[in-house]
Design a protein around this ligand. Structure first.
Ligand code: 5CA
Ligand code: ZN
Length: 477
């Protein structure tokens, strides 16, 4: 069986580990014959569904979900000059309907500003309509020229959650930016993933935005993964798409907007941050299987064990757990290997000796072994899963802290970047950022760094010696 395929590469060789794991754990199949476009296996899709259910429930508290078209006419796409300039090299165009050339060619949305805002122009009439907060979860297309990778850099992003809000003032939009960052932090907390929030430098902001705040995750190889962005759009788009409202005095005013997005990179982050040499490790909140039941059938008591396992399954299903009974004709060791690869938080083993003792043997994916008495089964499982979540969170935070250094000099910076990211004082000048990038091979990711693991940093710019503030530097995916 699977053991005969040879061991999974160690997670210290992250790229090899990641590529192997994706198909061994049946997350993504990369064999689809178009570069940068991949297929979700059922197991991966079930993980996606659990993760996006969480995201949806967070969004639904203060947004409405809607659905806008995939195709954007060139006439709309060309309206916002910076936006089109930022995306022109990444757009897929539909130029023909059958054999007939289009009068107006159609873009496959790389993101949906130009599909949504013509409609906002019709929907927004009065200050009473604002704020307007809508999101959608759709696929988007970007002709990425950098190295494509499953879940990380796709040409068809299959799971793009994008929110688009409209406000009466710049300050209201800024307040929404802060709210959105809070929502993303909450979302990543439910996945037990620590994040760093920072403000992208001007040259790296979203095309058409006033400013961009990003959420970065640190992967096992020390590289950062931008796992969400929040953009203050000012009134740039409202002016080009004519999104106006009548204020209390009866005057027409341009609205202020924000947008913010998360893609399936959140699942790459989940896989990377928690995984280990045996494969996936998943938080119970999103694990497709939370508890796997493995019958240990030695000798003659096979039926008795099978019945006990069925009873346990029924009790756990009735209590609302996602349970899988594995009664395939395989050795228990092969089953352990299989479910460990798939990140199942808790394994319950049931054999004749457990039945005699009125218990089940419980082993967590982090390797803790114990017994749960049959009469307290449901509570015992709930308790084990809660402890597991807390441990996972703790472990992720520890690894996160170990990958962040606060440094003051360029050589220290180079050293720190061997194992992770660094926060260094930088003056804000582009020239100094370029020099940092040239000397380190890493990127200046953002200022106004916010994270539980990083104190506020001030000092002199590592390049020019002028006054600087703490800036996140890292090698980015
Ligand atoms: N309209 C805005 C907000 S919805 C927007 O498109 N922002 S974005 O370009 O920054 O994309 C949002 C997030 O999607 C990024 O922060 C990143 O995490 C993710 N993302 C961007 N491009 C890709 C890609 N090619 N593959 C996977 N994820 C991507
Ligand atoms: Zn400087």
């Amino acid at each position: 069986m699977e053991e005969e395929m040879g061991a999974l590469p160690g997670i210290h060789d992250f790229s090899a580990w990641y590529n192997e794991l994706l198909w061994r754990a049946e997350i993504m199949d990369v064999r689809y014959p178009v570069k940068g476009i991949y297929v979700w296996y059922p197991f991966g899709f079930s993980l996606r569904r659990n993760v996006y259910d969480r995201l949806r429930s967070i969004m639904d508290r203060e947004h409405q979900e809607a659905l806008f078209p995939l195709l954007i006419p060139e006439t709309e796409f060309a309206k916002e000059a910076e936006h089109i300039k930022g995306f022109e090299e990444e757009v897929y165009w539909v130029t023909h309907g059958g054999l007939t050339p289009m009068d107006v060619k159609l873009a496959l949305r790389p993101t949906s500003e130009c599909a949504i805002y013509p409609m906002y122009s019709l929907w927004v009439r009065s200050h009473a309509d604002l704020p307007l907060k809508i999101y959608q979860i759709v696929n988007t297309f970007r002709y990425e020229t950098k190295h494509t990778r499953p879940l990380i850099r796709l040409r068809e992003i299959t799971s793009f959650k994008e929110a688009h809000t409209v406000h009466t003032t710049w300050d209201d939009a800024e307040a929404q930016v802060q709210t959105a960052i809070g929502l993303y932090k909450e979302f990543y907390r439910t996945l037990c993933i620590p994040v760093i929030v920072s403000k992208r430098p001007d040259w790296d902001k979203f095309p058409g935005a006033d400013h961009t705040i990003a959420v970065d995750v640190i992967m096992p190889d020390g590289k950062t993964l931008q796992s969400g962005t929040v953009h203050h759009l000012g009134d740039h788009f409202s002016r080009t798409f004519s999104i106006q409202y009548e204020d209390v005095q009866g005057e027409q005013q341009y609205a202020f907007q924000t947008c913010y997005g998360i893609s399936e990179r959140c699942i790459a982050a989940l896989i990377g941050v928690h995984g280990d040499d045996k494969g996936l490790v998943l938080p119970p909140a999103v694990a497709p299987v939370q508890v796997v039941l493995v019958p240990i059938t030695i000798g003659k008591r096979k039926d008795e064990v099978a019945n006990a396992v069925k009873e346990i399954e029924e009790r756990l299903l009735a209590a609302g757990f996602r349970v899988k009974r594995d009664d395939r004709d395989l050795r228990p060791g092969a089953k352990y290997y299989y479910w460990e690869m798939r990140g199942v938080p808790l394994r319950l083993e049931v054999g004749p000796r457990d039945i005699d003792a009125g218990q089940v043997t419980a082993v967590t994916r982090l390797g803790h072994k114990g017994a749960i008495p049959m009469e307290g089964l449901v509570d015992g499982v709930a308790e084990r899963l809660a402890t597991f979540t807390a441990e996972l969170e703790e472990r992720a935070l520890e690894q996160f802290r170990a990958k962040i250094s606060v440094v003051n000099g360029i050589q220290e910076l180079v050293n720190a970047l061997e194992t992770g990211v660094a926060v260094v004082p930088w003056c804000g000048d582009r020239g100094c950022a370029d020099a940092i990038e040239e000397k380190t091979g890493a990127s200046v990711l953002g200022t106004e760094v916010r994270s539980e693991a990083i104190p506020p940093v001030h000092g002199i710019c590592v390049i020019c010696g002028k006054e600087g503030t703490g800036t996140l530097v890292g090698k980015a995916y």
